[in-house]
Design a protein around this ligand. Structure first.
Ligand code: HEC
Length: 118
């Protein structure tokens, strides 16, 4: 009985380990997590601590990023991938999928005016 229980516990632990490992391997991080890890230092709450007027608010994105209104996602992906002036490029730090995910998060937040309520 004791043996059965430990086999059961062991397989449970192994399964949990395998599942979390595959989630990590797949790189399933949410846009908000990627944003907190890679962007918030300079863009906390959609602001810009380095160039104050170049925020991630919709008005600023429309004003400073050519083509934003026509194709918001592609424009943000490009900015994050290649960087611009004092903003670093992320192509060697994030995967293409992470860049797309965080770009979608930025577009979504810009639409919601970076309201702290999810
Ligand atoms: C080291 C600071 C820094 C980090 C980290 C950073 N940025 Fe930036 N970001 C800037 C600066 C500076 C600008 C203004 C660039 C310019 O001169 O046009 C900017 C501009 C932008 C813009 C255009 C805003 C506008 O109004 O023109 C977007 C979109 C953007 N960043 C998204 C991101 C995302 C998404 C991340 C994370 C993956 C990120 N940034 C990480 C510094 C940073």
């Amino acid at each position: 009985m004791k043996k059965l229980l430990s086999v059961f516990i062991l397989s449970f632990l192994l399964l949990t380990f395998l599942l979390s490992k595959s989630a990590l391997a797949e790189g399933i991080l949410s846009g908000s997590t990627i944003f907190s890890n890679s962007c918030a230092a300079c863009h906390i709450n959609g602001n810009n601590v380095i160039v104050a007027n170049k925020t991630l608010k919709k008005e600023a994105l429309i004003k400073y990023l050519k083509g934003y209104e026509e194709n918001p996602l592609a424009i943000i992906i490009n900015q994050v991938t290649n960087g611009k002036n004092a903003m670093p490029a992320f192509k060697s730090r994030l995967t293409a999928r992470e860049i797309t995910t965080v770009a979608a998060y930025v577009v979504e937040q810009a639409e919601k005016a970076w309201s702290p309520l999810e």
